[in-house]
Design a protein around this ligand. Sequence first.
Ligand SMILES: [Zn+2]
Length: 138
Amino acid sequence: MKTIKEKIAYLRGLLEGGNLYGKDPNTKVFWDHLLGILDDVAESINALGTNQEELAEYVEAIDSDLMDLEEEAYQDEDDDWVETDCPECGEPVSFEESFLYDDDVQVTCPECGAVVHRGDSFLDIDELEDFDDEEEEE
Ligand SMILES: [Zn+2]
């Protein structure tokens, strides 16, 4: 299929070959004018096509960036962090939210070492030793 520009060029060729207009000189003026308009229209459509391509590329880039952001956002969602204050020294302590639901985990304050959170079945080795000592004393 021929492009619009090629079709216009074909018409212009017919015009310049003298086949399109008869004896009336106004006919050539009319055709010249009409072909000029067609040129403008073809040019506009061409420019629109170029703009559209640029726009499509831009949208694609935004889409790609958005996907990266979504990935990051969902990753953050996977490991939420809990922030609390140390009951001993008041320092803010943050730890993974999943620790709250893990019975075998203990979270201690990085400043003073106080226990901030302890799972229900967490066994503290130091406390076990203390327990043994107490038994021996009895
Ligand atoms: Zn502390």
